[in-house]
Write a protein that binds this ligand. Sequence first.
Ligand SMILES: [Zn+2]
Length: 594
Amino acid sequence: MSAVAHAEYIGEILVRHGVIDAARLIPLLDTVRERGQTLTELMISTNVADATKIAQAFASEMGMDFVPKIDKDAIPFDIATRLPITYAKQHLILPISEDDTHVYAVCADPLDTTAVDDVRSIFGKPVEVSVAANQQVLDAINRVWEKRDAGQSNLQGDKHDEEDNLVDIIDSDDDAPIIAWVNSLFALAVRERASDIHIEPEERDVVVRYRIDGELYVARRASKQFMAPIIARVKIMASLDIAEKRLPQDGRITLKIAGKSVDIRVSTVPTSRGFERIVMRLLHKTSVLLGLDDLGFAPREYGIMDHLIQRPDGIILVTGPTGSGKTTTLYACLNRINEPSRNILTAEDPVEYEIGGIHQVHVHPSIGLTFESALRAFLRQDPDVIMVGEIRDRPTAEIAIHASLTGHLVLSTLHTNDAASAVTRLVEMEVEPFLVRSSVIGILAQRLVRMLCQQCKVPYQPTQYELKQLGLDEERLAWKQRRTISPRYAVHNQVYEYVGQKMGDEPVFYKAGGCDACMNKGFIGRRGIYELLVIDDAVGPLILKNADALTVKRVAIAQGMDTMRDDGARKVLRGMTTVEEVLAATQEDIIVDE
Ligand SMILES: [Zn+2]
C-alpha cells in the first residue's frame, strides 16, 4: 500500500471513530501527499487530533488492547533491542515481551503491517500487538536503549521519575500480588471477549473460568491459600461487606480496562467448602454497537424488520431466554433509526451500551423507578420511539400498548420460547386480545449459535437424518415449495434453496476443527438465528379468537414464516455453523407440518 493510500485508509478509520471530521481530513491528506509526512504525525503536530484518541481508535478498530501508559521499566531490553533502534523509531513499534508461543509488541500504528511482519520474522513467532500513543511508544524506545547503554545500575536512578510512582506504591504494598492478579483476570477477560468470570473454590485450588461465546473455559488456577485474599479483594472492589460470608451478596464494579469502560455485576454465594463462589458479569459499555445488517438476518427478514422499525407506531417484541442476544438486537434497531428528528427514550435494567443521541434510563425498582413508572414518565417527554427493557407484567404491557395506540413506536422483550408464544403470553397477562391485535406489529424470536472458525472448519456429507432434523429433506422442501406465500413474506423470497450450493447437488455441512485463529475452539463469536412473525390479516384474527400458540405458528408458517430452525438450517448450509449448534439452540422448536 502506498503512503497516500495508507493515509486515506487511516483517515477513514479515524473519521468513523469520531477522532476527526471528514471535512478536516481532506486538506490534511493533501499535505501528506506533498510532504510525505505520515497522517498521524501531521494530525498530532498540528493539534488537529489527540494522540491518545488516535491510538484508542486504532485499538478498537483492530480489536487490540490499548495501553494508556507503557510500563517502560518492565520491558526486558534484550528482547526490545532485537529490533534496531532506527527501525523501531521509524515504525514506532517495540517488542516488549516473549513467551514460548508469541512475541508481544506495542506500536502506535497497528495498520503498519510491514512492521508487524518484520517483528514476526525477527522472532520467528506470531506477534500479539497492543496499541499506545505515538509519544508513549517513542519514550519507551528511548528508555530501553538508554538503559542498555547505561547498564542495569541505572535502574535505581530511574525510580525518581514521577511517572513511576505508581509502580513504587504497588511494590511496597503487601497485598500487591493479589491486586495485580485480580486486575489481570479482568484484563484477560476483556481481551478474550469473556462475558462472565467465575471464581470457584475447589478441593485443592481456586479455579477461574471464563464464559466465551456462551461456553465456560478454565482460564486460571491459583493455590487455595490465596482464596480468602482473592475473595476479599473482589468484595472490596464491589463495595461488599467483607465480614459477611454466610449470605449471598450483590455488587457492582466499574473499571476502565485497556481504554474500555466495563461495568461488572458481582454476585457472591456461600458454598459448603466454607468459601464463597463469585460470578461476575461483564457489561462492555463501549463495546462495538452492531448495525442491523451485522446481526445475521436473512435478506428477507432484514427487509421486513427494517420496514417494521421505520413505522411511526406499533409494538415490536423480541423474545428468547436470557443470553439470547435480545438487547443487542434492540440496540441495533435503535441505532438504525437513531436520527436527530426522532426522540428516542429507553428504560433498561441495566443500561448495557451507551448510544449517542438516545436518552437511556437505568431502572431502579428498589427506589420505585420500575419499567412501568419509567414508561409513564416517558409519555410526558414527547417521545417518538420508546424502548422498554422487558414487559414483565400487565401494567407495563398496558402502558406499552397505550403508548403504541397514541402514536409511538415501542420496542421491548418478552421471555418466551418462540414468536407465536409471545401473543399468548400477553393474553395470559390479562391484556385484552383486541389490544394485542391492534398494537403488536411484529415479533422476533431468537437464539445465539456459535459461528465456525472459517480457517479450520471441516466439510462433510450430512446424513439423511441430519437433513431431516433441519427440515432439509426432500419431502419437507417440497411442501414448503407448495405453500402460497403471503405478500408480506413474499418480499425477497429466495429462501428454500441451498444457499451458495446448487439444488440437486449433495449438500455439504461443516463441523468444527481447531487452529491458532480460534484458540483451538473451532468457533469464533456468535450470531443470532431468527424467526420473525408479522401480525397480518392471517394471524391477527387468530389473536382475537384466543387461538393457542401452536395454531398461530402453524398459520404463520403456512403464510411463509421461517422458524428459528429453518434460519439455522440456512446458516448450516452456508458453512457458518454446525447442525449440532442449531439443534441445541432450537430444542423446543416443534416441527410443525400442515
Ligand atoms: Zn480455527
